[in-house]
Design a binder for this molecule. Structure first.
Ligand code: PHB
Length: 570
C-alpha cells in the first residue's frame, strides 16, 4: 500500500525513478522543522496529509538515525540532524573559508556581520557573527529571508531571469504576509497605498545596488534594523554569497551606515575573494555520522542490523536517501554518481534513484554529471537545532540516564570557585537543599567540580585551589590543598570523580567530564545517590558505565552541533 505525498500545487510531478518513501520522509522532516522542532504525532499526520502508519514508519526510521526523538506523543528534532546541514556548509566551503574574515570584520566594526547565500527567491544565512545590543531580532544559520526584505536579496536578484522574477511575483501573491518565512515578522500590508508596484520598487533597488556595488536595507525587516551588504564573487565572477553589516538606527541611521562601514567592508570582500581563489583544504574524511563510523561498509552493516531489529518500522530507502546527503563535505562539493555510491556503500542504481529524488525536491542540483548540495538542505531543522544550548542538548540524555539508574542526574559548569547547575533530572530528593538550575556548590567538594578541575591545566588547578577558601562542609570534606591536588590528578587519570559525603552527609556522587569537539572539558555530568546503601566501589561499578555512555552521547551531539555554531552554555 502506498500513500502518495500531497503535491504542492505548483510542484512538478516526481520523476518515475523517484523514491516515494524518501519523499515522504522529507515531508515529515520539513513539517517538523516548520513546526518549531516539536510536534504531536497526530498534528504531523494532519499537517503532512500522510497516513498515520506512514508517519510512524518515518519517525521510527528517523529515530534510528538519531535525527528525531519520540517523547510521549511528540516527535522532536534531534541535534544529530544537523549533520545534513553541516554537509552542505562544509561542501560550500563558505563558513570555513570566509567565516573567520566575517568574524574579524564584526570585531573591527563592533557590529553584527553575516554571510548569506541565494536560495531560490530567498536568502539563507550560512554564518553569523552576532553583536546585538539594541533590541532587534538575530537570524540563525539556516534562517530564510524573502529576497526583497533585506540587503543581500537585492544583490542576488541581479542574476535573476524572467522565470525567476515570475516565480518571485507568484510567491508574493500566494503569501502576502510572508508566512512562509517564519524567521521574519509578517510583511506589513502597506502596499495598497503605494503608487509604485512592489516589483518596480524591488527592481529599482536591484538596479541601484548593481550601480553602487552594495545594497542597503533600511528597516525592510523590522523597525530599527538596518544593514549594508556587498556581493562576494568566486574566481569565475559568479556571486556566491553576500556579506552584510547589520546595525540599529539607535547607533547608525540608514544614511550613515554605508559611510561608516563600507571601507572596511570592501577590504573584507577583497580578502574573501582572495580566499576563494585558493583551493579548499584537502578533502576531510566524512564526519562520523549517525550510522556509526559512516564508512561505506559500516553503513551497509548498520542498515542490515537496523532492518533486522526494527523490521517494517525501518525503511531502508529513507535512511539510504538521507545518508546520500552526507557523502558531500569539505573538498567534496561536486560529486559524480560513482563517488556518491562509493562514499555511501550504496549500489549505483540505489544511489542514482536517491540523487534523482533529492534533486527533484531541490536539495541537490546537478549539471547532469556532478551533483551538489543546495542551501535548501538547511531548511531541515538547521535554524532551530543550531539554537540549542548545552543544557537543552544534555536534557534528554540525562532523562534517559535517570530511567536506567533510578537516581538523579545533573549537568554543571565551572563558575569561579563554584560549580553551577545548568541541567537536572531529579528522582527522589536525597539532599537537604533542593537543587535547582543555577544552584552553586564549591567545586573542590563536589564530584562535578573535581571532574571540571581535572580538565584544566594542572598549574591552573593549583592556582585556583590556593585562592579558594577550603572549608569542611561535613566530617569527610578534604580541605588540604596538597591532598586535593592529588585527588584531581587521580580524577584526570581515571576519567571520573567519586565524592562520598564530602558535600553533605549521606550523599554520594559520581561525575565524568563532557568535552566539546576540540576535546576541551565544557561541563560535567553526575549521578547522585544515597551513601548508606552500598560501598563507593559498588556505586562506581553499577553507575559509571551508564554515566560514561551518557557523556559520550552528549559529546556526539556537541560534535555535530558545534561544527558551525558556538553552543551557549546557558
Ligand atoms: C542579519 O544578518 O541579521 C541581516 C542581514 C541583512 C539584512 C538584515 C539582517 O538586510
Amino acid at each position: 500500500m502506498t500513500h502518495p505525498a500531497p503535491a504542492a500545487p505548483s510542484s512538478p510531478a516526481a520523476p518515475p525513478e523517484a523514491v516515494g518513501p524518501l519523499i515522504r520522509c522529507l515531508t515529515v522532516l520539513r513539517e517538523l522543522s516548520a513546526g518549531g522542532g516539536r510536534q504531536a504525532v497526530g498534528d504531523l499526520v494532519r499537517g503532512t496529509g500522510l497516513a498515520r502508519s506512514t508517519v510512524d514508519r518515518v519517525l521510527s526510521t528517523l529515530a534510528r538515525l538519531v535525527y528525531v526523538r519520540v517523547e510521549g506523543r511528540d516527535a522532536v528534532l534531534a541535534p544529530r540532524l544537523l549533520e545534513l546541514g553541516n554537509a552542505y556548509l562544509a561542501a560550500s566551503g563558505l563558513p570555513d573559508r570566509l567565516g573567520p574574515l566575517a568574524d574579524r570584520l564584526a570585531d573591527e566594526l563592533d557590529e553584527s556581520v553575516s554571510l548569506a547565500v541565494p536560495d531560490g527567491d530567498g536568502v539563507r544565512f550560512v554564518h553569523q557573527a552576532t553583536r546585538r545590543r539594541a533590541m532587534s531580532l538575530a537570524f540563525r544559520i539556516g534562517d530564510l529571508l524573502p529576497a526583497e526584505r533585506g540587503a543581500p536579496g537585492a544583490l542576488f536578484a541581479d542574476a535573476w531571469d524572467a522565470t525567476d522574477w515570475e516565480r518571485w511575483r507568484r510567491r508574493r501573491a500566494a503569501d502576502p504576509t510572508d508566512a512562509g518565512f517564519p524567521a521574519v515578522p509578517p510583511r506589513p500590508d502597506d502596499e495598497a497605498e503605494s503608487a509604485t508596484s512592489p516589483t518596480a520598487v524591488f527592481k529599482s533597488r536591484v538596479d541601484a545596488s548593481r550601480a553602487a556595488g552594495w545594497a542597503l536595507d533600511d528597516q525592510l525587516i523590522e523597525p530599527g534594523l538596518v544593514a549594508v551588504a556587498m556581493p562576494v564573487r568566486d574566481p569565475s565572477g559568479r556571486v556566491v554569497c553576500a556579506v552584510s553589516v547589520v546595525s540599529h538606527t539607535s547607533r547608525l541611521s540608514a544614511a550613515e551606515l554605508p559611510g561608516a562601514v563600507l571601507p572596511r567592508l570592501r577590504d573584507t570582500v577583497t580578502a574573501m575573494e582572495l580566499a576563494l581563489t585558493t583551493p579548499q583544504a584537502a578533502p576531510s574524511a566524512p564526519e562520523p555520522g549517525a550510522a556509526e563510523g559512516a564508512s561505506a561498509p559500516s553503513h551497509a552493516s548498520w542498515m542490515r542490523a537496523s532492518k533486522q531489529e526494527l523490521g517494517p518500522e525501518f525503511v531502508e530507502s529513507m535512511a539510504r536517501g538521507l545518508i546520500t546527503l552526507t557523502a558531500f563535505g569539505t573538498g567534496r562539493a561536486a560529486l559524480p554518481l560513482t563517488a556518491v555510491a562509493e562514499a555511501t556503500g550504496l549500489a549505483r542504481a540505489t544511489a542514482r534513484r536517491a540523487l534523482i529524488t533529492l534533486e527533484h525536491l531541490g536539495y541537490l542540483a546537478s549539471d547532469g554529471k556532478l551533483f551538489r548540495l543546495t542551501p535548501k538542505v538547511l531548511e531541515l531543522g538547521f535554524a532551530h537545532l543550531s539554537g540549542l544550548t548545552l543544557p537543552a542538548i544534555a536534557q534528554p540524555h540525562l532523562a534517559a540516564l535517570v530511567e536506567r539508574v533510578h537516581d538523579s542526574a545533573s549537568m554543571a559548569v565551572l563558575s569561579g570557585d563554584d560549580i553551577q547547575y545548568v541541567a537536572r533530572v531529579p528522582t527522589v530528593r536525597i539532599m537537604s537543599v533542593n537543587i535547582t538550575l543555577g544552584t552553586r556548590f564549591p567545586a573542590y567538594a563536589t564530584s562535578m567540580g573535581r571532574a571540571l578541575l581535572a580538565g584544566l591545566p594542572p598549574a591552573e588547578v593549583s592556582a585556583r585551589l590556593s585562592l579558594t577558601d577550603l572549608r569542611p562542609l561535613t566530617r569527610h570534606t578534604v580541605t588540604d590543598e596538597e591532598a586535593l591536588l592529588g585527588i584531581v590528578r587521580q580524577v584526570r587519570a581515571d576519567g571520573y570523580a567519586l565524592v562520598d559525603e564530602e558535600l553533605e552527609e549521606g550523599l554520594r556522587s559520581l561525575a565524568v567530564p563532557v568535552r566539546d569537539r576540540t576535546g576541551e572539558v565544557v561541563a560535567a555530568v553526575n549521578v547522585s545517590t544515597h551513601a548508606g546503601r552500598t560501598t563507593p566501589a559498588d556505586t562506581r561499578d553499577t553507575i559509571l558505565p551508564a554515566l560514561r555512555e551518557t557523556a559520550t552521547a552528549i559529546e556526539a551531539d556537541l560534535a555535530v552541533a558545534g561544527r558551525y555554531v558556538r553552543i551557549p552554555v546557558l
